[in-house]
Write a protein that binds this ligand. Structure first.
Ligand SMILES: *Cc1c(COP(=O)(O)O)cnc(C)c1O
Length: 362
């Protein structure tokens, strides 16, 4: 069957170099070979995330770590900041875990703002909050630095940040931000296959976890910390994914992190320019657009030409490319195109030709 290239906002296209790295012979996860592999990865992840803390590797998708962060770090009340499908779901996860949770809900497409969080935290009821840096369902990026600035005012509140679709595409300085957990799954901006998550905890988060008796087993952050000190993971990891991560980090540093961030900026701008050339607007509030995808309004609100997102998706698929026809309650009224991972000015130029042809055929 012909391959359909992924331009959905995760999973994204995986290079053959990366797949090749996954075929390295299996090794034991308690042996020197694995420890050397992890030890080789660790400093590059620390540079990427601008942290002195150990970076952990979890064999799970992002939701495992998202659930684990709540299990490990909150015993009082959690504030779930909600502005789209993924951040809304985190509130359900809190409730399913039996946590006392409160929703800070803004309309989809709006970012979360620091003053909204400040007003809730001022009640003194909370010991944790969850925030999605880049809400993938709506293509909206919340102002992380502005929000993290609240941490000094509320040191007892654990700031748990999902950067699933922004980590590696935009700079995130973990230590300088002063946040407590930063996590991502590898199938988005890392451009690895799904099945691995990368995360880091602050010293304050580890101290908080030590006060919580029911941290669970698989996502016990103190076990991650203890094992990471020995360049190991608590349980048998997906070693093949970790080989792929090793190879991918080679790519990141060969390109240079600043060049990588700049490339995402440029390719994202190309997609935004394409939308405006066709008289289409972006779904997120102006000034808070994601750098890793575009979530485009289908035009119905403008009263002009309306794009049939499902048909556009089909036309693109006929050309061998998969885009997304909108997520959850904005399915059909929006569509999304990803520029995460290995996409370049050249590959996005090709994509734009295909988009032009597909939109002309509607
Ligand atoms: C994709 C995504 C998730 C879910 O990740 P899984 O890998 O399915 O667990 C969570 N948060 C954001 C922002 C995402 O984009």
């Amino acid at each position: 069957m012909a391959h359909v290239k992924l331009h959905i906002p995760g999973p994204v296209e995986v290079s053959s170099k990366t797949f090749q790295a996954m075929t390295r012979p299996m090794i034991g996860h308690r042996g020197q070979g694995f420890k050397d592999l992890y030890a080789g990865i660790q400093p590059r992840l620390q540079t990427l995330l601008q942290t002195q803390q150990l970076v952990y590797l979890s064999t799970s998708s992002a939701w495992g770590v998202m659930e684990g962060a709540l299990t490990n770090l909150t015993s009082k009340k959690v504030l779930n900041c909600m502005c789209g499908a993924f951040s809304d779901k985190w509130f359900d996860v809190s409730k399913k875990l039996g946590k006392d949770a409160e929703a800070l809900q803004v309309p989809w497409g709006s970012p979360i703002r620091a003053e909204q969080i400040d007003a809730r935290l001022a009640t003194g009821h909370f010991d944790a909050l969850t925030l999605i840096h880049n809400e993938t369902s709506t293509g909206t990026m919340s102002p992380l630095a502005e929000i993290a600035g609240l941490k000094t005012k509320y040191p007892e509140v654990m700031f748990i940040i999902d950067a699933v679709s922004s980590m590696t595409a935009v700079p995130i300085a973990f230590d300088a931000l002063g946040i407590d957990v930063l996590l991502a799954g590898t199938q988005k901006a890392f451009a690895l296959p799904p099945g691995l998550a990368v995360f880091v905890c602050s010293p304050a988060a580890l101290a908080r976890a030590a006060t919580i008796k029911t941290r669970g087993y698989y996502f016990d952050v103190l076990e991650f910390e203890k094992n990471a000190r020995e360049n190991m993971t608590p349980s048998t990891p997906s070693i093949s994914h970790i080989h792929a991560l090793d190879s991918k980090l080679d790519d990141f540093f060969a390109e240079g992190l600043d060049a990588r961030f700049d490339r995402h900026n440029r390719t994202n701008q190309m997609l935004r320019d394409w939308a405006s050339r066709h008289g289409l607007t972006l779904f997120p509030e102006v000034g808070f657009e994601s750098k890793t995808l575009v979530c485009i309004n289908n035009g119905a609100k403008l009263g002009g030409r309306v794009i049939d997102a499902i048909k556009l998706q089909k036309n693109m698929k006929d050309r061998g490319v998969l885009i997304d026809a909108g997520y959850g309650k904005i399915k059909g009224t929006t569509f999304r195109i990803s520029n995460m991972g290995d996409e370049t000015v050249s590959s996005i130029s090709d994509l734009i030709v295909q988009l032009d042809e597909s939109i002309a055929g509607l």
